[in-house]
Design a protein around this ligand. Sequence first.
Ligand code: GTP
Ligand code: MG
Ligand code: ZN
Length: 308
Amino acid sequence: MLDATVIKSTGSWYIVRTNDGRIIRARTRGKMRLQIVDTSNPVAVGDLVNIELDANYENTGSITEVKPRNNWIIRKANKLSSKRQILATNLDAAILVASLFAPRTSLGFIDRFILCCQSMHVPAVLFLNKTDLLKDEITKVTEELNRIYKDAEVTILVGSARKNQGLEPLLNFISGKRILLAGHSGVGKSTILNTLFPGVRAKVGSISESHEKGKHTTTFAEMFILDKNTQIIDTPGIRDFGVVDIPDGEIAHYFPEFRAVMSQCRFNNCKHEHEPDCGVLKAVSEGIVPQERYYSYLSILHNEDMYK
Ligand SMILES: Nc1nc2c(ncn2[C@@H]2O[C@H](COP(=O)(O)OP(=O)(O)OP(=O)(O)O)[C@@H](O)[C@H]2O)c(=O)[nH]1
Ligand SMILES: [Mg+2]
Ligand SMILES: [Zn+2]
C-alpha cells in the first residue's frame, strides 16, 4: 500500500504521484468509501489516495481509498443536470481566469465560482486576462471590477499572458501554494501557465473566429509540480458553474459584503428579497452593496440565468 496524490484524471485512468516521486497509472477498484456522492468523477486531481500496485507491473495499480478532503471545488454543468463534477481538491487557493472578449466571462459566472470558493474557505483570485484587447478601456474596466468586488474578499488582478504583462503579482500569489486554474475555454489558462513556467509546455489552443470561443484544448485536469511547494492544476474550460450543495439559506453567508449588514435584518431567516427591514436591501439601496453582486445573489437563489 502506497500513499499518493492524483495529478491527472482522464476519466478512466488516473495518474498518481507517490510520496517518493514515482508516477503510476491507476484505476479505481471495487467499492471505495466516498465523501461526496453523485459525482461524475469519484476521484479528482488533488486527492490523496492509497494505491495497491498491480502484481508483475511496476507502473500500474489500483486506487483503493480516497482520503478525506480538506476542500473541493464542485459544480454542475447546467441547472438541470443532476451529475456534479469536482474540479479539484485539497487546494490552497483558486484563480479564476476571465476575459471580456474571445470569450466573454459574465459576472454571474464569476460570482458562482467565488461563492463556491468562499463556502470552502479557499482564497480566490480573479485574473482578468487579455487586457491587450481592451486598449484604452483597461483603466475603466479595472476600476469597475474593483468597485464591484471591493468587499467580496476576492483579489482582482489584470494582465495579458500573451504580452507577458501584469503576471508578476499572479506569480507571487501562486508561489508556495497548490492552485486551481479555472475558467471558460479560451480565456488563456494554459497560456498563463506556460508564460509563468516555460518548462511546463501545456497545450494552447486557438479561438474560433465565428463564435469567439475556445476549442477545449485542455481536455483533462492536470497538476503541474513546479517546485516542492508549488503546484498548479490546469483544468479544461467550463461553460457553466452551477452551484451545488449550498442551501438557499446559506448563500448570503458566502457573500462577505452581505454578511456585514445581515445582522440588521428584522427576520433571522430573511432571504433579502422583499422582506421589511432587510439590512441587505437597505445596503443595496444606499450603494454599500453593489447592485451587480445583489443580482448575482438573486439569480443563484432562484437557480436561473446561468449564462448571464
Ligand atoms: N489577445 C490575447 N490572447 C491570449 C492571451 N492569453 C491567451 N490568449 C490566446 O487565447 C487562446 C486560448 O488560450 P489557451 O491558453 O489555450 O486557453 P485555455 O483557457 O487554456 O483554454 P482551454 O484549454 O480550452 O480551456 C490562444 O490563442 C492564446 O494565444 C492574452 O493575454 N491576450
Ligand atoms: Mg487550456
Ligand atoms: Zn435581509
